[in-house]
Design a binder for this molecule. Structure first.
Ligand SMILES: Cc1ncc(COP(=O)(O)O)c(C=O)c1O
Length: 416
């Protein structure tokens, strides 16, 4: 039987032929805007397929045209990223927001309705609530714990069920680690789909990265990532990715070409370098997070700890979703300090090793205050409803020794 290699073994070589690059063991940075055609007919053929004027013929090999359409660093990176999620295709973007907004713009038009889970990353929330309405697109949102039946009823009650065009969820949700059921969300999308109109389900999988949750296996049609997070993983690059079927990705790639928001060759190269250590980094981050959460759970100055690993059978549906969807507890922990914003700030300002910064999934541990930072722009009442209080700290657990992370948290809590 043919041996199938695991993605982590393929990250160093998949899709790259040294013989095409003077034997260089690593893919060089193809820092070029354009590519020389072999002859005019080749140029004509490339454009005909790239612009959808005709289908690519069987066995027809297309070359490179222009780095807004394709570039070796992006193509090889995209091929490697498909391995983790077992996706047919991937497209990389200049940021996670570029990936998300391109998906929303491709599948929504004036008069359409978007169904979205809450909470989501603050930037996504801003785009959906403040920018999409300018284009006549409305959003209906649901929360953790809302059953499939309740959400369907809510959409029907809005009188806009006919205009539902996309379902978008973020799970685990930033910053509360709330879990949304991917397969139930797919059933909601299917409920409102017709033969003429298939409603795709999009999942922001940034919090779990490509290792710890595979939304496509649970029914998602597209997965989006802020590749700035675990995929990049070193706090030195901003990038995004979308993965899904050839059919849907053809549309995403098409809009990317005309928005011109693809990643640069240099970003592609950096992400390929990062992917080589994705598994080892994320393994350590997940095991560190378990240790840090256990410490926080027992600390007298810490209130609720929002961490998938804390879910028990008593938590019912959330526990079941955790078991079904997530392969680890992730590397993100939110927790409430005693009472006030002042106390939360005192904690943040007292950290020594852990950096006070937004972003997540990087090698170094990071801490921030969602209510006044990443989620400052989220409606105040909604924030309260979602438990994003002034006492909440969000922690991204890095690859340092867990005893050092805990030591730093302990000494900062002592000052509160
Ligand atoms: C869950 C989630 N999705 C999307 C984004 C946006 O990604 P980027 O900052 O790469 O544009 C972020 C950024 O923090 C995020 O946390």
């Amino acid at each position: 039987m043919e041996h199938k290699m695991k993605p982590e073994s393929l990250m160093m070589s998949y899709g790259y032929k040294p013989s095409l690059s003077e034997g260089a063991i690593k893919c060089p940075i193809f820092q070029t805007s354009t590519f020389v055609f072999k002859n005019a007919q080749a140029g004509k053929d490339f454009f005909a397929v790239a612009y959808g004027l005709r289908e690519q013929r069987k066995h027809e090999k297309l070359g490179l045209i222009y780095s807004r359409l394709n570039n070796p660093d992006l193509e090889i990176l995209e091929n490697r990223l498909t391995l983790w999620d077992e996706a047919e295709e991937c497209a990389v973007f200049e940021s996670g927001m570029a990936a998300i907004t391109t998906v929303l713009l491709e599948f929504l038009k004036p008069g359409d309705v978007l169904l979205m889970s809450n909470p989501v990353y603050g930037g996504t929330d801003h785009f959906v609530r403040k920018i999409l309405p300018k284009f006549g697109i409305e959003v209906i949102s649901f929360k953790v714990g809302d059953s499939k039946e309740k959400v369907i009823e809510m959409v029907n009650a809005s009188g806009h069920g006919d205009h539902l065009a996309l379902v978008y969820i973020e799970t685990p949700a930033n910053p509360t680690n709330d879990l949304i059921d991917i397969s139930a969300s797919k059933e909601i999308a299917a409920h409102f789909s017709t033969t003429e109109k298939q409603i795709p389900l999009v999942v922001d999988n940034t919090y779990m990265g490509p290792l710890w949750q595979h939304p496509l296996k649970h029914g998602a049609d597209l997965v989006v990532y802020s590749a700035t997070k675990y995929i990049g993983g070193h706090s030195d690059v901003i990038a995004g990715a979308v993965l899904g079927s050839h059919e849907l990705m053809h549309r995403i790639r098409g809009l990317r070409t005309f928005l011109g928001n693809m990643a640069s060759p240099n970003t592609g190269w950096l992400l390929m370098r990062s992917l080589e250590t994705l598994k080892v980094r994320m393994d350590i981050q997940a095991s560190n997070a378990n240790m840090v959460a256990a410490f926080l759970n027992d600390h007298p100055k810490v209130g609720k700890v929002y961490f998938p690993g804390n879910l028990t059978e008593k938590d019912g549906e959330q526990y079941e979703i955790r078991k079904r969807q997530c392969l680890t507890n992730g590397g993100m922990i939110s927790f409430d300090v005693l009472h006030t914003e002042d106390e939360a700030f005192k904690f943040l300002d007292s950290l020594k090793m852990i950096k006070l910064a937004v972003s997540l999934g990087s090698t170094e541990s990071l801490a921030e205050h969602p209510a006044t930072m990443t989620h400052a722009d989220v409606d105040e009442n909604l924030r309260a409803e979602l438990n994003i209080s002034e006492r909440m700290i969000r922690l991204s657990v890095g690859v340092e020794h867990y005893e050092d992370i805990i030591h730093d948290i302990r000494q900062a809590l002592d000052k509160v």
